[in-house]
Design a protein around this ligand. Structure first.
Ligand SMILES: NC(=O)c1ccc[n+]([C@@H]2O[C@H](COP(=O)([O-])OP(=O)(O)OC[C@H]3O[C@@H](n4cnc5c(N)ncnc54)[C@H](OP(=O)(O)O)[C@@H]3O)[C@@H](O)[C@H]2O)c1
Length: 227
């Protein structure tokens, strides 16, 4: 394999798909998603790619390569609802995908990441920096993800593995459409980032020469509803 190798979770749709398409210009991409049918079009669109199919919350992990240059965690789920109305199952569902699955996959990939002096990129959120009413579960998962990446960065610094946390604001995706519908607002793409813009930030993070690390970066839409 001449190309560096990138594994992108959540690459069947939304931000992860945009990241996979962008990194696919230079990398061999393992395209993550829950079903073979969902990842197949993305694999087919890339010059060098293969599927990486698993429900990361429940399934055993597929085999990983011996060397991994980039691991992008984009798979994630949203949640909204006030604490008073949120049951334990919802906490476990969201933390299971957004935190526990990320930790599991990272642990499994660390030998390959160390072998390649690789980079871990977590697609976090503005909700990993501030929490709002109705967003406790999602924000808690993203705060936890930030704690995870902060600790991992320090643990792996000596091994030459870099860790970046990318915090997008509202981004045009299925997740955003469902969120806006739940809020009862009109879906107006002027207020959301293009997933390709988030992918461009990830590309910058990946392309930074290895002597430096973009540790945390926030990217938000220029226009915000009501302002
Ligand atoms: N959209 C936003 O406004 C926004 C803003 C900030 C941060 N984010 C974060 O960005 C990431 C991507 O969001 P998105 O908007 O692109 O979401 P999306 O359009 O809903 O796509 C979610 C992706 O995650 C995958 N996924 C979900 N649960 C999974 C599981 N258990 N195992 C494996 N894959 C799973 C989905 O795979 P399937 O196709 O198989 O369902 C899909 O590829 C998430 O971490 C999200 O929290 C989003």
């Amino acid at each position: 394999m001449d190309r560096p190798i990138a594994l992108v979770t959540g690459a069947s749709r939304g931000i992860g798909r945009a990241v996979a398409l962008d990194l696919g210009r230079t990398h061999h991409v393992l395209v993550g998603g829950r079903t073979a049918a969902a990842v197949a079009p993305v694999v087919a669109a890339l010059p060098s790619a293969e599927p990486f199919v698993a429900d990361l919350a429940t399934d055993p992990l597929p085999a990983l390569p011996d060397r991994l240059d980039v691991l992008v965690h984009s798979a994630g789920v949203d949640s909204s609802g006030r604490v008073a109305d949120t049951d334990r199952a919802e906490w476990e569902r969201v933390l299971g995908v957004n935190v526990v699955a990320v930790a599991d996959l990272t642990r499994a990939a660390l030998p390959a990441l160390r072998a390649a002096q690789g980079l871990v990129v977590a697609v976090n959120s503005g909700a990993g920096l501030t929490a709002s009413p109705g967003g406790a579960v999602y924000a808690a998962s993203k705060f936890a993800l930030r704690a995870f990446t902060d600790a991992l960065r320090e643990e792996e610094r000596g091994a030459g593995v870099r860790v970046s946390s990318v915090h997008p604001g509202r981004t045009d995706s299925d997740m955003q459409q469902e969120k806006v519908a739940g809020e009862g607002d009109e879906y107006d793409t002027r207020y959301y980032l293009d997933p390709a813009s988030v992918a461009a930030v990830v590309r910058t993070v990946v392309d930074l020469p290895a002597g430096g690390t973009v540790e945390t970066v926030s990217v938000r839409p220029t226009r915000i509803r009501g302002r």
